[in-house]
Design a protein around this ligand. Structure first.
Ligand code: UDP
Length: 324
């Protein structure tokens, strides 16, 4: 019997690379696709030794050609941190819209099931707390985050349209803040920012007064949730995230304790439209997928800190952003 075949876009990114690992482990033939704008080939280099793994350098905003059959598509190609989509706003809009359209067209052509990576950003700066899938969100379309938030909202709309009108088997995961090994040290996200600063002996930069909240999910838990959703028969959006909510100030304190740094927290301006609170309501995922996170923050942070400690000194000092 031949292996099932899956295309993973954004394969060289943080989540894409962990998904490649998972599907290789499950015995699939995996095609990883990435244009390497924000992804890093280092994240998937260890997979090149498998004959079941193939890498294709391609921008999914342009027509995607894949030879042969496909059973599944995971659409994870997109810049995903505020610093990235502020630097490359047009590409962010294009990959979420045109890129998703191309992936859906490919799914239709190949009769493949497709799962698209949406985000808690579709809820914007939420007025409902915690956020459940029924909530429509509070997004500023013309603010700095609009390019990402609206691209992802369009992505959900076109995915549902392909489901309804073309009968494509679609899945939509709304991903909340996730962390773990292979996050980019210079992607501007709070966890690599804080750990990088601690390792370099710099103060930790808290934006605003640090009272805003986030709920951090360890990457292995997220991947398990995505796997189960892909295998389910549910086409509407599903939140996957860890409901353990914390303020950014408390998070900074945890990083200071974990790393033993002597540095302190310093306060900077809060970026425009930075959501004040965020916590997933995962009632649906629990019921539908029998899924909930298993790794608590203390365990997950320890593994992630060990990963960042293992990076070379030059990687660690490379604070300049690649689009700067
Ligand atoms: N943040 C911070 N210091 C940093 C980077 C981020 O205080 O050096 C804050 C940011 O303003 C936000 C939270 O941490 O309130 C999470 O930011 P991140 O960029 O990781 O994700 P998102 O805002 O998309 O949830």
């Amino acid at each position: 019997m031949t292996n099932k075949r899956i295309l993973i876009t954004g394969a060289a990114g943080f989540l894409g690379s962990h998904l490649c690992d998972r599907f290789i482990k499950e015995g699939y033939d995996v095609i990883g696709m990435d244009n390497l704008i924000t992804g890093d080939i280092k994240n998937i280099e260890h997979l090149f030794k498998y004959k079941e793994f193939e890498f294709v350098e391609h921008d999914v905003s342009k027509f995607i050609h894949v030879q042969g059959e496909l059973d599944y598509i995971l659409n994870f190609a997109s810049p995903a941190s505020p610093i990235d989509y502020l630097k490359i706003p047009i590409q962010t809009l294009k990959v979420g819209s045109l890129g998703t359209h191309n992936c859906l067209g490919l799914a239709k052509e190949k009769k493949a099931r497709i799962l698209v990576a949406s985000t808690s950003e579709v809820y914007g700066d939420p007025t409902v707390h915690p956020q459940n899938e029924e909530y429509w969100g509070n997004v500023n379309p013309v603010g700095p985050r609009g390019v990402y938030d609206e691209a992802k909202r369009f992505q959900e709309a076109i995915t549902m349209a392909y489901h309804t009108y073309h009968k494509v088997e679609t899945r939509i995961v709304r991903i909340f803040n996730t962390y773990g090994p292979r996050m980019r040290l210079n992607d501007g996200r709070v966890l690599p920012a804080f750990i990088g600063q601690a390792l370099r002996g710099e103060d930790l930069t808290v934006f605003g007064d640090g009272s805003q909240t986030r709920s951090f999910c360890y990457v292995d838990d997220l991947i398990e949730g995505i796997y189960r959703l892909l295998m389910s028969d549910y086409a509407s959006p599903v939140n996957i995230g860890n409901p353990d909510e914390i303020t950014i100030k408390q998070f900074g304190e945890e990083i200071i304790k974990l790393t033993g740094t002597k540095q302190k927290m310093v306060y900077k301006d809060l970026p425009t439209d930075d959501p004040k609170q965020r916590q997933p309501d995962i009632t649906l995922a629990r019921k539908l997928l029998g899924w909930e996170p298993k790794v608590n923050r203390a365990e997950g942070l320890k593994i992630t800190y060990d990963y960042f400690k293992s990076l070379s000194p030059e990687e660690l000092t490379k604070t300049a952003h690649r689009f700067a």
